[in-house]
Design a protein around this ligand. Sequence first.
Ligand code: ZN
Length: 374
Amino acid sequence: MTLKISSAFDSGAIEVLSIDRAEDIKVHIRADSHADFRQWFHFRLQGAARQPCRIRFLNAAKCTYVDGWKEYRAVASYDRRRWFRVPTSFDGEQMLIEHTPERNSVYYAYFEPYSWERHLDLVARVAESPRVRVRDLGSSIQGRDLSIVTVSSAGKRPLWIIARQHPGETMAEWFVEGMLERLIDPSDPVSRTLLAEAAFHVVPNMNPDGSVLGNLRTNAAGANLNREWMSPSLERSPEVLHVRAAMRETGVAAFLDVHGDEALPYVFVDGCERLPGFTPQQGELQRAFAAAFKRASPDFQDAHGYPDDKETKVNLTLASKHVGDAFGCLSLTLEMPFKDNADLPDVEVGWNGERSKRLGAAAVEALLAVLPHL
Ligand code: ZN
């Protein structure tokens, strides 16, 4: 059987340089469709069953987050459901996957994908709950629906959760899936108590086009949506424009912007403490939320995070900084690893979709803990 690599499917991305022999496959990681970020890959290899494959990523050192390749292992799947880690190394120039697939068809990816079809299924499924109202906020550049899921019973205090501004950070939508499943569970006492006081406004996928196009960081206009919050436009960042307008209608009592971090092998949050208008009450809320999140999930920690001098800490074009400044509320960027949680590693799967889902469910508990102070 001839060797073949393909990527013409949802979130597929790779450039094949040579594929003559299984032990000498050469590829390039592709740039985002309309911008020069590159890190995400997702492709199918056929015809290599029981052959020791060596897949060389020749431009790994020219990718956006080179630190992302250190101690990193790629994921693979035969059935596109169960994803496992495969031996991967980085020598400072090239990345190398060494894997002997058991089957003739195997998929490799940067992280467990979350497909657009799964997104549509999720939105349709939660819409069946009597607690849920799904609304269309508008369209992406390429005309995909931008859906918002509002979960509420009696409560009104507006809690906002958004995910996948950076479309390659698929763990963010797995997180939202876990959170929504818990919120609509009629037998969950935490959700019931929370929803008696609060309403959740959840955008499961902020960047539908970038997700389908297999982009790491940008939409179909080449915009990094998490740098568009000061002045979004219909031409360049309609996704942010529509969500920001909806936030101004409801107000925001707490905000989580969910992401994945390429380099750090930890789950952590990044707050607004470096902003000029940051209040002692916001500081107290950040501390209380972190403490409650640690109790709710041992996957969360607050020892490791971004350094205090990181430029993004004072950049009001970022969602969490813009919202924290505009609404004076608890406002956090939540980061999960592409690699693994070094505090609680899993050799077989690393950090993955299921673990992200559990974390999303646990976040509901942390929000309940701080609710009286929001
Ligand atoms: Zn991100």
